[in-house]
Design a protein around this ligand. Structure first.
Ligand code: HEM
Ligand SMILES: *[C@@H]1O[C@H](CO)[C@@H](O)[C@H](O)[C@H]1NC(C)=O
Ligand SMILES: *[C@@H]1O[C@H](CO)[C@@H](O)[C@H](O)[C@H]1NC(C)=O
Ligand SMILES: *[C@@H]1O[C@H](CO)[C@@H](O)[C@H](O)[C@H]1NC(C)=O
Length: 247
């Protein structure tokens, strides 16, 4: 087996991604006893030690510091999501002010069908990254198609919106128990808006394919902290753009 360090070195070399070296926040993938979620955004934070690397006992103040420190979101941006998780009664920590990352896999309160990179609950595993499902999304986003055209390095809002709608259509075909609640139908464009805003390269006005791969496939930060703070207004504006695309 390749050593972890070797894998890390190989990866940095292969992609030429900027190294994320904030003290104490280097990228280390989860160990076997660590808790991880169906949410790549939170797993990235745990893999970089912005959330506890164990993925356990996460409280709101810790989340606020993490989303600000790593992604430069306004610290309050995900307070609503955190409160929604509390309202879902999904925690297994025994303390209603905290949850473990894996608790978020509880189906149909936050977790929904037709995810970009996870399978549906009814079909088995709604928690772990699923390479087969992600491959369908990656293909639609053209992640491996980079040509001489500089724009081919980026995913557009239109591409992302179409890819997520196609994935939901796939899931509806594959899963006869597909749960088309309102939560699910807004969750899919919502999480697409979320990764676009999180991985937006302000200098270009688009999301680099390399960053999207790093975020989903390695659950690794692809950048050093963005200079401009992001807020719920940015997420809402991107949500409108995603929803405006005819799919
Ligand atoms: C308390 C804060 C958060 C909670 C409770 C949360 C929870 C979740 C859950 C349960 C899912 C699974 C939904 C599904 O079935 O696809 C999910 C997906 C997702 N989350 Fe989060 N999340 C939070 C914060 C974030 C942050 C900070 C980001 C980005 C920086 C993010 C990005 C995403 C993305 C892109 C997906 C879609 C994954 C996919 O479709 O495969 N989330 N989140
Ligand atoms: C969570 O528990 C509270 C208090 O027992 C209850 O009022 C609420 O309906 C529960 N929520 C869900 C989604 O089960
Ligand atoms: C529950 O978690 C909160 C937030 O971390 C903490 O302040 C509180 O002390 C915990 N309660 C117990 C009983 O451990
Ligand atoms: C989705 O699942 C929830 C909870 O399991 C259930 O109450 C609801 O009726 C389901 N909706 C559909 C459209 O099947």
């Amino acid at each position: 087996m390749r050593s972890l360090l070797f894998t890390v070195a190989l990866y940095s070399f292969a992609t030429g991604l900027p190294n994320y070296h904030v003290k104490g926040h280097q990228w280390l993938p989860a160990g076997p006893r660590d808790s991880r979620s169906p949410c790549p955004g939170l797993n990235v934070l745990a893999n970089h030690g912005w959330l506890p690397r164990s993925g356990k006992n996460i409280d709101l103040p810790t989340l606020q510091v993490a989303v600000s420190g790593a992604y430069n979101y306004d610290p309050d941006t995900f307070d609503g999501a955190f409160k929604q998780a509390q309202a879902c009664n999904l925690t297994t920590t025994g303390n209603s002010s905290t949850f473990n990352l894996a608790d978020l896999a509880k189906h149909d309160c936050i977790e929904f069908d037709g995810s970009l990179s996870r399978n549906d609950f009814y079909l088995g595993d709604d928690l772990h990254f699923n390479p087969r499902i992600w491959a369908t999304t990656a293909k639609r986003l053209g992640l491996d198609h980079v040509s001489h055209d500089p724009l081919s390095k980026y995913v557009t809002v239109e591409q992302a919106a179409k890819a997520r709608a196609a994935r939901v259509a796939d899931a509806m075909k594959a899963n006869r128990k597909f749960n088309a609640s309102e939560n699910e139908m807004l969750g899919s464009p919502g999480t697409t808006a979320l990764y676009l805003v999180t991985l937006w390269d302000d200098a270009v006005g688009a999301a680099p394919k390399e960053w999207i791969k790093s975020f989903f496939e390695w659950e690794r930060l692809p950048f050093t902290r963005p200079l401009k703070q992001k807020t719920n207004d940015d997420i809402n504006a991107m949500f409108q753009r995603v929803q405006a695309v005819k799919v």
